[in-house]
Write a protein that binds this ligand. Structure first.
Ligand SMILES: *Cc1c(COP(=O)(O)O)cnc(C)c1O
Length: 441
């Protein structure tokens, strides 16, 4: 197994190099040279395998021998060390709750896997080079990455977040850890933070001083483990719906999508033999993929702000990987994937309606998926479908509490945060300010 750059101008690398460098020198995303093919017997075995062993079986071919089996087994077991329950909301719509990890968002799995891989590679490295992870966050990524990398030897993490534009819980999750985690509070927007990080990766002076990598879903070590959700959902689906003859309806999945890393991981799971049905990408007003699937025109626009802000992406970075999985066959793509763009008004009214009718509290991203599921089901007879609930509603209290008309119970893991001290370094929103700070450290 090796990884090639979708930019096609860089040499092939192994999993280790792809994870340490994040992006290829030609700025292309790395893609696996072959998608592993699980046999029917393996899939049969997967139905009842414990989560840690399943995670190991799925990830092993992608890691391609760069991590020894015993270490990879431990990395996998630690990565998925919490629940992923499949819960019915209505009769036809079930939700896979991906918010039971330490920072209450699905990004925990990718961040935990990636951090442990980098920790392993760092221990193997005789030159003792410290890797510096640079990450810009609009909210959830920063907390998950900070939590995943906390205390990992040989890795320092620098998080840039826009001052006043992340929720209080999100801010505490990334500013209270200390140790090898540094938070920079940027006097600007998320776009400013992202522009600084992008420029840093291209800066010869910084690259001479630091071994820099990215912890966004462009990094294969963060992107690929997300496919485990689909295996875990499928195990529970089969357990619920398989009949005595061993038959069950294929599971269709609705994924709230921004950078399209999560849904793309699901599509690679299907391409490797996991029997899944159709994919539905649920988008907010940032509808570039919805429009592409309707008219074959890929038109990038600046992102617009919505109530499901983790999906406010104008140019989804992982969509090129979906095209690669589908071998750029537009007709095959439209048969595998449907997309709906959902308004903020429908998102908030759905949070209110589902709470009232079904006594279930959706977060804004899950609500976007719920509306998309209803639209998709309207075309089918008697079908059931799974939506991915990507964050706990308590992370978006303004939107959710206004919709349901009452406050949300804060889980104990989050209550403790407010007893801790916030430590963040203020930074002007210019690249020069960031570079000067980095070179003075
Ligand atoms: C990051 C995020 C998304 C979008 O996931 P992508 O892989 O970027 O498509 C959706 N919901 C929440 C809560 C997120 O944090």
């Amino acid at each position: 197994m090796h990884y090639y750059s979708l930019g096609k101008q860089s040499p092939n690398v192994d999993f280790k190099t792809a994870a340490i460098t994040g992006q290829a020198p030609d700025k292309g995303l790395y893609f696996p040279s072959e998608i592993p093919q699980f046999t029917a017997e393996q899939i049969q075995k997967f139905k009842t395998l414990d989560k840690a062993s399943l995670a190991f079986e799925v990830m092993r071919p992608y890691v391609g021998g760069t991590i020894d089996d015993a270490a990879l087994q431990q990395i996998c077991a630690e990565t998925i060390n919490f629940e992923f329950p499949l819960v019915p909301i209505t009769d036809p719509i079930l939700t896979l709750e991906l918010f039971h990890g330490p920072t209450l968002a699905f990004k925990d799995v990718g961040a935990r896997f990636m951090s442990r891989c980098l920790g392993y590679f760092s221990k193997q490295d005789p030159s003792n080079t410290t890797t510096t992870v640079l990450v810009a966050t609009s909210g959830d990524t920063g907390g998950a990455v900070a939590n995943g990398f906390l205390g990992v030897a040989g890795v320092n993490v620098i998080i840039l977040y826009p001052k006043g534009k992340v929720s209080p819980i999100q801010e505490m999750q990334l500013t209270t850890l200390g140790q090898n985690i540094t938070a920079l509070e940027v006097e600007g927007s998320f776009d400013d933070c992202q522009a600084i990080v992008k420029e840093a990766f291209m800066d010869a002076d910084l690259n001479a001083a630091y071994q820099l990598t990215s912890a966004n879903s462009i990094n294969v070590a963060r992107w690929l483990p997300q496919q485990l959700y689909y295996f875990f959902a499928w195990q529970q689906w089969v357990d619920k719906y398989e009949n005595a003859a061993g038959e069950y309806p294929l599971m269709d999945v609705v994924v709230p999508s921004g950078n399209f890393g999560n849904i793309c991981a699901g599509m690679i799971a299907k391409a490797s033999g996991l029997p899944l049905g159709h994919f539905v990408a649920a988008c907010n007003a940032n509808d570039i993929v919805t429009r592409y699937l309707a008219n074959e025109k890929y038109e990038v626009k600046p992102s617009v702000a919505t109530v499901s802000n983790a999906m406010d992406v104008g140019n989804p970075s992982n969509f090129v990987r979906i095209l690669e999985i589908m071998q750029s066959n537009y007709s095959a793509l439209t048969h595998a994937l449907t997309s709906y763009s959902i308004t903020d008004a429908d998102t908030t009214s759905t949070i209110a309606r589902v709470y009232k009718t079904n006594n279930y509290i959706l977060d804004p991203h899950g609500a976007v998926a719920f509306v998309a599921a209803e639209k998709y089901l309207a075309k089918l007879d008697d079908a059931k479908i799974v939506i991915l609930e990507t964050a706990h509603p308590v992370k978006f209290p303004e939107v959710v509490e206004a919709a349901i008309g009452q406050s949300i119970t804060v889980p104990p893991s989050v209550q403790n945060l407010f007893e801790k001290q916030k430590i963040a370094i203020p930074l002007a929103a210019t690249y020069t300010a960031f570079k000067n700070w980095m070179l003075k450290k």
